[in-house]
Design a protein around this ligand. Sequence first.
Ligand code: WQD
Length: 338
Amino acid sequence: MQKILVTGGLGYIGSHTVVALQEAGFEVVIIDDLSNAEASVLSGITRISGTTPLFEKLDLRKKDSVAAFFKNHSIDGVIHFAASKAVAESVENPLLYYENNLHSLVYLLQECAQNGIQNFIFSSSCTVYGEPDSLPITEDAPVKQAISPYGNTKQISEEILMDTCKATSLKAISLRYFNPIGAHDSAEIGELPKGVPQNLVPFITQTAAGLRTTLSVFGADYPTADGSCVRDYIHVVDLAEAHVKALQRLLTNESQTPYEVFNLGTGKGSSVLEVIKAFEKVTGQKINYQIVDRRPGDVVAVYADTKKALEVMGWRTQRSMENALASAWKWERKVRGI
Ligand code: WQD
């Protein structure tokens, strides 16, 4: 059984990917520092798959700890999620982001080289595109000046991977996520934002659950159909399955080039107001919201051109935004016991 290291594997996207890997027959070992995840996620994974993945609490900024880990495990591939990911926090504390996100990547890649590990999947983001010149966005759209240190760490990480693949026998794939939402339909795992949710859908579900009184819609004066920003909301389980596809592509040496990039989205843009309406329709829950000022750093509209992932990897989304919103609400109700 091939053994895959999933860093950040107790996080939102990481935990869903662990389940998808187990279902595809892989043995999984998780590294997580628990800075933005809870160890209890392990039992959620086990309740779904019946198998508890190996887990080591480890700070990837500690070079020696990373080296020690690889001495204890024979790894066939790495899927690297572990990173700080709050846009606003990265603006206030850029050095935390550059240290955590970049040191972790470099130490992991050094150990891959040291241990002959050639297959590496990187968690990137559509944030690297900034405000796109045209839509839908293809993978060869220009990477723009990052709007936040968080986005910049994703851009720099992709460059580190590209250079490393050129110089060594490493093969890597960067997956540029659009907006992941929803939860596994078992409601055993899902998104657990710490404090006040920054992202739209967890704020919506917490408003519906009565934890928040009002959802603030950050601007309705954008040049879009209804004035609110447009994003490409992808079901997190679709996203997880794309990681398995990408990993299998590397393990079977299908890629012609050592480094590849894929957009992971639905190809459909939805506005903030459309998401609210869809949530109300699917769940029957009324959302109390108010239009407020724009949020600095928001792009007007972004959604994926999904052709490459389909033609090259044979992957496309299978689940609708409505299904994702229903699963997010089911998860929120489970967490809050309502
Ligand atoms: C979506 C839309 C907001 C909250 C960010 C990162 C991206 C990835 C996902 C980590 C925007 C609006 C939101 C609210 C609102 N993160 N909104 N009220 O900003 O597209 O992407 O999170 O990997 O890299 O950039 O996602 O969910 O924060 O916002 O009106 O309370 O919802 O203005 O238009 P975003 P989001």
